[in-house]
Design a protein around this ligand. Structure first.
Ligand code: IMO
Ligand code: MG
Length: 416
């Protein structure tokens, strides 16, 4: 059967900053219109938070469509930690649900070896540590490239010998963690759940069902295009959807970029718009800017249009969701970075500034303060609308959704 693309509209939700843009809420908000939600990149370094009636759920590996009882797919581009997966399946079971999940049998597994490696490499770096989530993600992709780590399907068949991986790790790790228990547990978790996820996506599309692709991390954490070496271990941009799943480019569909109304970053690396004063502390406190995966306080800064223009281009984002706008109503100041000054020159080109980003000074445009505004109605107050229109004009992308609080209901749809 040939696919009639007119009837399916896949959607990719992707982060445009350094992660933690609020992707979980946006995926959950849109999930009703889709048959399946698919993770295609990263691993349990992600922390996607959904708040429903005051209760908070955090997903690291399961797609954020889990609470809407969607078909859940984890593609081969994901670095999969079966133990974390087991915990999250337990969380869904406690809510009285049963996850309808398929994990691709080509998924790279994260074993206890990669977690040890993650800490080991961070220690080696000393003061240049990246500040990883220590979930073994970078090492897992590295071990995949070395062809030393098992895939989900290998484990199920009991065919993969971890001896070479262990020998390799013995050359630098003082202690080798126990793998037998891990293997047994992981096999149980994956039993009956593996398959061909890309094939499943295409089957759903052929039957006329649309699917949603849920990105992890953000564009500026991309292994190749981000602020290397302060990045994650894999691609984070939308063009990894086809490659990370094994589906044609055209199946990517629409790309919605998620942008937080200010910027945060966890861990090390350059951050031109970082705020070092009391305003930053207010935003951190009010925005609950503490890592969903590691609990670390997030570094906080103003919105950065230089980084965002680059991220919109990299992802081909055709629309944006602007999140956490309400947090900016708690601070008196309001500004947006429109250019950088670096090496005596002003530039709006992120790629150009990237090699010297640590020295880049932000050039700000003052915006009307949002302090004390009430955003709960169905339309935005004038100053908030002005900010949104300014972003649309500068980034040349429409903002279709503005999030004004954690709950599903605190969401304003624009350009319906
Ligand atoms: P979500 O999907 C924020 C950051 C880490 C560190 C760097 C490398 O919730 O947006 P890694 O463990 O991936 O090797 O760490 O990347 N990082 C994230 N920051 N949100 C995430 O995911 C992140 N995933 C990784 O803090 O700076
Ligand atoms: Mg996170």
């Amino acid at each position: 059967m040939r696919l009639n693309w007119r009837y399916v509209r896949n959607l990719c939700i992707v982060g445009l900053q350094w992660g933690d843009e609020g992707k979980g809420k946006i995926v959950d908000y849109y999930a009703d219109g889709f048959q399946a939600v698919v993770r295609y990149n990263g691993g349990s370094n992600a922390g996607h938070t959904i708040v429903i009636n005051g209760r908070t759920f955090v997903f690291h590996l399961l797609p954020s469509g889990s609470l809407k009882r969607k078909r859940l797919l984890i593609g081969p581009g994901v670095a999969l930690d079966p133990i974390t997966l087991d915990e999250e399946l337990g969380m869904i079971a406690k809510e009285g649900g049963q996850a309808d999940l398929m994990v691709d049998d080509r998924c790279t597994l994260v074993t206890p070896l990669e977690k040890e490696m993650d800490s080991f490499v961070e220690r080696l770096r000393g003061s240049n540590a990246i500040g990883t989530t220590k979930r073994g993600i970078g090492p897992a992709y590295a071990m995949r490239a070395l062809r030393l780590t098992p895939r989900a399907g290998d484990l199920e068949k009991g065919e993969f010998d971890l001896a070479s991986a262990v020998s390799f790790c013995k050359s630098f790790l003082r202690e080798i963690p126990d793998l037998d228990q891990w293997k047994e547990k992981s096999r149980q978790v994956l039993a009956g759940r593996t398959g061909d996820v890309g094939g499943e996506v295409m089957k759903l599309n052929e039957a006329g069902h649309s699917v949603m692709f849920e990105g992890a991390q953000g564009a500026l954490l991309d292994l190749i295009f981000g602020t290397y070496p302060f990045v994650t271990g894999a691609h984070t941009i939308a063009s990894y959807v086809p490659a990370g799943l094994g589906i044609p480019n055209r199946a990517l569909g629409d790309v919605m970029g998620v942008v937080k109304a200010y910027t945060t970053r966890v861990g090390g690396g350059p951050f031109p718009t970082e705020i070092h004063d009391e305003t930053g502390e207010v935003i951190r406190r009010e925005g609950k800017e503490y890592g969903a995966t590691t609990g670390r306080p997030r570094r906080v800064g103003w919105l950065d249009l230089v980084g965002l223009k680059y991220a919109v281009r990299l992802n081909g984002a055709s629309e944006l969701a602007l999140t956490k706008m309400d947090i900016l109503t708690r601070v008196r100041e309001m500004k947006v970075c429109v250019r950088y000054s670096v090496g005596g020159e002003e530039t709006g080109d992120f790629s150009r500034a990237l090699p010297r980003l640590a020295e880049a000074k932000p050039v700000y445009q003052d915006m009307p303060s949002l302090y004390g505004l009430e955003l709960s109605e169905n339309h935005l107050p004038r100053a908030a609308e002005q900010l949104v229109e300014f972003l649309e004009a500068e980034l040349r992308v429409k903002v279709t959704l503005v999030s004004t609080g954690e709950e599903r209901s605190a969401t304003i749809q624009r350009h319906a």
